[in-house]
Ligand binder design. Structure first.
Ligand SMILES: [Zn+2]
Length: 497
C-alpha cells in the first residue's frame, strides 16, 4: 500500500521588539533545534503541538510522518535577519529534500518579529506555498499570535490555542492533523473567514478560566457546536510586538464562507465590547510583598513578577521583587528562578554546604535594577535538567543550564543558568525544594504557571516591578503598529469581515 507522506515542521519564536539584545541562531540551536528523526525523539509523547501531530499521524497505518525541521527558542528580543533567513532556508531545504509530500503540518507561534521582515510567518508560509502549490497545509498558532490575512489567504487551516495557560497545545496539534487528513484522504474542504481587530489587550487578564477571555472562548465554543462550523480561534495578539500586523484577530473555519463570516463577526463584536475588562491595575513590588505577608491562608501566596516573566521575553534577572523580599527577611519565603549563571559558577566552586558572597541578578537588564550583594548559604547544586510534570508542556525536557539552591537570611532562592519561567514545580523539586512548604513564593512567571501551581497555592498577587514585560503598554515606544489601535487611541471599530 502506498502511504501518504505528511511533513512535520515547527518554527517557534515570540519576539519582544523592545527587549534588550537580539535573538540569534545560537539561541535556537541551544534551545530547540531538531532535524529529521531527532524530532521523533524530542517530541513523541510530549503534550505539545508536534506531539499531537505525531500521535495523530502514527495512529494511521496508511500515513507516514516525514520529520523536517524544528527550530524553537525561548521568547526574547527581535530575531536577527540572518538568523531568520538561515532557518527559513533550512526549512525550505528540508522540504525540497523530503521527496513527495501529500500534506504539511506546521507549528508556528505567530508572534515572531524579525529585523527587516514585517510578517515573517507569512513570508515563510508563502515560500512554502510556492514550493508546494497544491499540497494542503495545516498548522497551530499561539493564542498570542499576531495573525494576518496574508497567513489566512495561504491556507484556511489555522488552529489557535483555546486555553491560557496553554494546556491544549497537543489538542490543537491533533485538530490541525485531523483537518489536514480529512482534506487529503476524504476530500473534506473548508473555508475560512478572518478579521483583524484594532486592539492590543495586555495578556495579564487573558486567562481562560475566568474573565473576558473565558467568555469569548465560551462564545466561540457555542458557535463551534453549530452544524458546518469546524473551529474558531480567538487571538489576543502579542502586545510587545512593534509590527504592522500586531493586534487581536479571529479566524473561523466552516463549510461555507458565509458561515465562517457570521461566526467571526459575532465573536469580534463581543471581543470589542469586552476590551476594557482586559485592563487591570496591580500593586508595586513593596506593596505586593506587604499584602502577601498579611495573608493567613494555609497554602502559599504567590507574588508573580510578571514584568520579568521569561516567557514574555524577560531576562529573568531583575531584582526589585527579590530586594523587597530580602528586606522583609521572613521565614517561609522562596524566590525563583533568578537567572544568574555567574553566581551559580561561584556556588559550584565553593561547593554545597559552604557560604559565598554573591552579586545576585541585575546583570543582563541592569536598567531594571542593580545586582543585590548578599552572603548566601549554598544548600544544593544541580545540572538544571528536569522534565515538566505538567499539564503545561507536560513531559517536555527542560534544561536551565545549571541551578543552585541558596539561602540569604530567611529567604530561600533558586538560581538558574538561563531565563525560564517557573511554570512547573519540577524546576524547584528537582533540586530538593518543595514550593508547597513555603508561605510566600516570589516567582518569575505570568499565567502559565497556574496550570500546575493553582492546586498548591492560596492566591496570586501580580506585582508591577520594572521589566520588559510590564502590564503598562504606555511605556513602550511603538513605531510600526497601526495608528488606529486601542488602548492607545479611542477608536470606532466598524466590523465588516
Ligand atoms: Zn501565548
Amino acid at each position: 500500500m502506498k502511504k501518504l507522506r505528511i511533513g512535520v515542521a515547527f518554527f517557534y519564536h515570540e519576539s519582544h521588539s523592545f527587549a534588550p539584545g537580539k535573538t540569534t541562531l545560537k539561541n535556537f540551536q541551544e534551545e530547540g533545534w531538531f532535524k529529521g528523526k531527532e524530532i521523533f525523539r524530542a517530541y513523541s509523547g510530549t503534550k505539545t503541538e508536534v506531539g499531537g501531530f505525531l500521535d495523530t499521524l502514527d495512529a494511521r497505518e496508511d500515513i507516514e510522518a516525514v520529520p523536517l525541521l524544528c527550530a524553537a527558542a525561548v521568547p526574547s528580543g527581535m530575531v536577527e535577519y540572518e538568523t531568520y533567513t538561515h532557518i527559513e532556508s533550512e526549512m525550505i531545504a528540508s522540504i525540497m529534500e523530503a521527496g513527495r509530500l501529500d500534506g504539511l503540518l506546521l507549528a508556528l507561534h505567530g508572534a515572531m518579529a524579525v529585523e527587516g521582515v514585517d510578517d515573517p510567518e507569512a513570508v515563510l508560509l508563502k515560500k512554502i506555498r510556492t514550493l508546494l502549490p497544491h499540497v494542503p497545509i495545516a498548522g497551530t498558532l499561539d493564542m498570542h499570535a499576531n495573525l494576518s490575512s496574508d497567513m489566512t489567504d495561504l491556507t484556511p487551516y489555522h488552529f489557535g490555542f483555546k486555553t491560557y495557560p496553554h494546556i491544549d497545545m497537543y489538542d490543537q496539534g491533533v485538530n490541525a492533523a485531523r483537518a489536514l487528513l480529512g482534506h487529503v484522504q476524504e476530500d473534506r474542504r473548508w473555508e475560512a473567514a478572518f478579521i483583524k481587530i484594532p486592539m492590543m489587550p495586555p495578556s495579564l487578564n487573558m486567562r481562560t478560566s475566568e474573565g473576558p477571555m473565558h467568555e469569548l472562548i465560551t462564545l466561540a465554543g457555542e458557535w463551534e457546536g453549530r452544524e458546518g462550523i469546524l473551529n474558531i480561534s480567538i487571538f489576543g495578539g502579542f502586545p510587545y510586538s512593534d509590527v504592522s500586523v500586531a493586534g487581536a484577530s479571529i479566524i473561523a473555519i466552516a463549510k461555507t464562507k458565509k458561515q465562517a463570516r457570521e461566526a467571526v463577526k459575532a465573536c469580534a463584536d463581543r471581543f470589542w465590547e469586552l476590551k476594557e475588562d482586559f485592563l487591570v491595575d496591580i500593586p508595586k513590588a513593596a506593596e505586593g510583598v506587604k499584602l502577601a505577608f498579611s495573608k493567613s491562608g494555609r497554602k502559599p501566596v504567590v507574588l508573580a513578577d510578571i514584568s520579568d516573566n521569561p516567557l514574555s521575553c524577560g531576562s529573568g534577572d531583575t531584582t526589585e521583587l527579590l530586594r523587597e523580599l530580602i528586606r522583609m527577611n521572613k521565614p517561609g519565603t522562596l524566590f525563583g528562578g533568578l537567572t544568574d549563571p555567574e553566581s551559580i559558577e561561584i556556588c559550584r566552586q565553593k561547593g554545597s554546604g559552604n557560604r559565598a558572597v554573591l552579586q545576585l541578578g541585575g546583570k543582563h537588564a541592569p536598567e531594571f535594577g542593580s545586582p543585590i550583594e548578599a552572603e548566601a548559604e549554598i544548600l544544593n547544586l544541580s545540572d538544571g535538567v528536569f522534565y515538566n510534570s505538567g499539564p503545561f508542556n507536560q513531559n517536555l525536557r527542560v534544561d536551565v543550564k545549571g541551578a543552585a539552591y541558596i539561602r540569604v537570611g530567611h529567604v530561600d532562592i533558586l538560581l538558574i543558568g538561563r531565563p525560564m519561567s517557573a511554570n512547573d514545580p519540577e524546576m524547584f523539586r528537582h533540586i530538593g525544594i518543595e514550593p508547597a512548604d513555603y508561605k510566600v513564593l516570589g516567582l518569575k512567571v505570568k499565567n502559565h504557571f497556574r496550570a500546575a501551581f493553582d492546586p498548591l497555592i492560596e492566591e496570586v498577587i501580580y506585582v508591577d516591578a520594572p521589566g520588559v514585560a510590564s502590564n503598562d503598554l504606555s511605556i513602550f515606544p511603538y513605531r510600526r503598529i497601526p495608528e488606529e489601535m486601542w488602548p492607545f487611541k479611542k477608536i470606532e471599530f466598524p466590523i465588516t469581515p
